[in-house]
Design a protein around this ligand. Structure first.
Ligand code: ADP
Length: 350
């Protein structure tokens, strides 16, 4: 505004009187006699020009200044509110949110901030829970191992196979927890290499399922079924990683299915091949479904602690599937069973 006013004043100050004089000279050329009042005319014109200029600057500048002030206040006020919310959040108040704002674009920004804040709040909450869970989960086997070792060393416990079995069981539990955590942190940091190659998925599924089947005792009330079409196309994937996904999903299906059927099916849906692992187990509540792939999430924390669950397995599966260019989803009904399906890209001949 200042630049515009200065430019207008300077230009018109320089040129307007000159043009006025030129017009007077033209009038004189046409025979109008203004010579004796020329000085007065010029003075009168300059005075009128000055007044006009002053009033236009006062009115135009005042109006523009007022409107700018009101507009900037309208923008600055919500920005200040947002800043207050972000500072509160940065200071550790995880509940801080931006209130609804008048300007649609800023309101949208505020909503995005609130969404991010809710996500971070959830992560922070789970992190806190994880630390407390980890402490508990580490303490229990460590206390047991220590007790047994002390008993063995002072002779109050006999060195029976049962004692050693218990020691092995507890250390295995510790090992699984540490391995899961290590795997997840590597995956999230991008350190885990994926070597994708031509993979006959059907054969790999049969192998993994056979291994699980061998572990089931005669009396087990669960049955493992595989159904894979003969012409299933090969996929572009890392065999070790696909095996890891299958092992994770099958272990879960067995863990959460006390009795019933677990079936593995595969089918081609160009350009992907889908694999589904369906169980007839305890299922997952509809409200819990969106969370199952989140790390450290477990449906029933006390129940899962006994079963040795860490809430990391599905987060690992999701990351592994996505790194290979596929996707993973879940469908489940409480008390009826769950279906976990994942896709892998079909192998393309070069
Ligand atoms: P966990 O090691 O606890 O099994 P996961 O990430 O593999 O961790 O699974 C997360 C949670 O999802 C489990 O704790 C369980 O509550 C639920 N879940 C996973 N698979 C199944 C399933 N097949 N049936 C029912 N619930 C399941």
């Amino acid at each position: 505004m200042a630049v515009a006013i200065i430019a207008l004043a300077a230009v018109s100050r320089l040129y307007t009187p000159r043009y006025f004089v030129i017009r007077l000279e033209r009038l004189e050329g046409r025979g109008v006699r203004v010579q004796h009042i020329r000085g007065q005319l010029l003075e009168g014109f300059t005075d009128a020009w000055r007044r006009g200029m002053l009033w236009s600057i006062v009115l135009g500048g005042g109006a523009a200044g007022g409107i700018s002030y009101l507009l900037s206040r309208r923008i600055i006020r919500p920005l200040t509110r947002m800043e207050a919310a972000t500072q509160q959040f940065a200071a550790g108040d995880w509940t801080a949110r931006v209130p609804p704002l008048d300007i649609p674009e800023l309101n949208q920004l505020g909503n995005s901030f609130n969404r991010m804040a809710s996500d971070l709040e959830g992560v922070e909450q789970r992190r806190r829970e994880l630390v407390s869970d980890l402490t508990h989960e580490l303490r229990t086997p460590l206390t047991i191992v220590k007790g047994y070792l002390e008993g063995l060393s002072d002779g109050t416990l006999s060195a029976s196979p049962e004692t050693y079995n218990r020691l092995v069981r507890e250390t295995t539990r510790l090992q699984r927890l540490v391995e899961d955590l290590q795997e997840l942190s590597k995956l999230e940091a991008g350190y885990l290499p994926i070597h994708q190659q031509r993979l006959a998925l059907g054969r790999l599924i049969e192998q993994v399922v056979r291994r699980f089947r061998d572990q089931l005792s005669e009396a087990d009330k669960r049955e493992l079924i595989v159904s894979i079409p003969a012409g299933l196309p090969p996929v572009q994937a890392d065999p070790a990683r696909v095996e890891q996904i299958l092992v994770n999903l099958l272990s879960n299906a067995l863990r959460y299915t006390p009795a019933g059927e677990i079936s593995v099916t595969a089918w081609a849906a160009t350009p992907y091949v889908w694999v589904a692992i369906a169980d007839s187990g305890i299922g997952i509540a509809p409200a819990d479904l969106p969370h199952v792939f989140e790390r450290f999430w477990r449906a029933d924390r006390s129940r899962n602690r006994d079963s040795g669950g860490t809430g990391i397995g599905l987060a690992i599966c999701k990351r592994l599937v996505e790194l290979q260019g596929g996707s993973i989803k879940v469908d489940s009904k409480l008390e009826e069973g769950s279906v976990f399906s994942f896709s892998l890209p079909q192998f393309l001949e070069a």
